[in-house]
Design a protein around this ligand. Structure first.
Ligand SMILES: C[S@@+](CC[C@H](N)C(=O)[O-])C[C@H]1O[C@@H](n2cnc3c(N)ncnc32)[C@H](O)[C@@H]1O
Length: 258
């Protein structure tokens, strides 16, 4: 599964995500400020959230499955002279990651949990997070509320590419045009997205899968992994959940001694 494991995503990822980034960063930054212990960001990508938090003095660690995204994180850290990054960041899979620390806050922003394909992988990930969380720790993650009418607009099995946006190549000369096409598998609750990057005469294609998860489904996943749900919000301003928008989940251990 390619997702973000390719050479081009890291070049445009930060520009592509500027829109959603500010609210999400402000939210996680505020959450981190209530803790003095270790913090872990799962699937930290190019460090859009992790690096600003590290600069603020948060004792944060992170990992990601994509070597290419992490190389971009290291390059940004070097250009901004942020020290100590290599000892805090590793390349790991959220299903079976191992870090020899207990964390007071673990979070998965940017809907990255939805890249996990099977229920076994989702449970393995949640149980592993449970093992890495301190007894009084919290686990926060966010992903979208499935909007079935919107998903059903992607039932065409062979759709055309839709142009998304145009970004500057880091070489300062070329532009990168980004398009995508989406199909859905209603039975498996998964969107198959093919991203297409055009640079001059050349183009590259890269597949991505994004599952969707319903509220009651995640409640069950959390319960089976030893968590209780402390809060569920609609969006990053902590409004009570109204069945719409971004689901922001806050979990704690059901039995802290386990
Ligand atoms: C939407 S990006 C989020 C990056 C970053 N957290 C941010 O806020 O910008 C999703 C990230 O999840 C990572 N990812 C996908 N599956 C993963 C897995 N099984 N284990 C670890 N990272 C994974 C991808 O490589 C990618 O960097």
């Amino acid at each position: 599964m390619e997702n973000y494991c390719n050479q081009i995503w890291p070049l445009i990822y930060d520009d592509h995500n500027q829109g959603r980034h500010q609210d999400e960063l402000a939210f996680y930054s505020k959450e981190c400020s209530t803790y003095s212990g270790h913090v872990l960001e799962i699937a930290c990508g190019t460090g859009m959230i992790l690096l600003p938090l590290l600069k603020q003095g948060v004792d944060i660690y992170g990992f990601d499955i994509s070597d290419q995204m992490l190389q971009q994180l290291f390059a940004k850290a070097e250009s901004e002279s942020i020290p100590g990054v290599h000892s805090r960041i590793s390349r790991q899979n959220m299903i079976d990651f191992q870090i020899d620390l207990k964390f007071d806050l673990i979070f998965i922003p940017a809907r990255s949990f939805l890249h996990l394909q099977s229920q076994d992988d989702q449970l393995a990930c949640l149980r592993n997070i449970h093992r890495h969380l301190s007894d009084s720790g919290r686990f926060i993650l966010n992903f979208f509320t499935p909007n079935l009418p919107l998903l059903l607009t992607c039932t065409d099995p062979n759709p055309d590419y839709k142009h998304f946006d145009r970004y500057h190549h880091p070489d300062g000369k070329r532009m990168i045009d980004l398009s995508n096409r989406r199909t859905i598998d209603l039975t498996e609750q998964v969107q198959h997205i093919t991203w297409r990057f055009e640079i001059g005469e050349k183009f590259y294609e890269s597949p991505m899968t994004v599952n969707w998860i319903y509220k009651k489904e995640f409640e069950l996943l959390a319960k089976f992994s030893g968590f209780t749900i402390s809060n569920l919000y609609s969006g990053f301003d902590k409004s009570s959940y109204n069945g719409d928008g971004e689901m922001v989940w806050e979990l704690k251990k059901a039995c802290p001694s386990q």
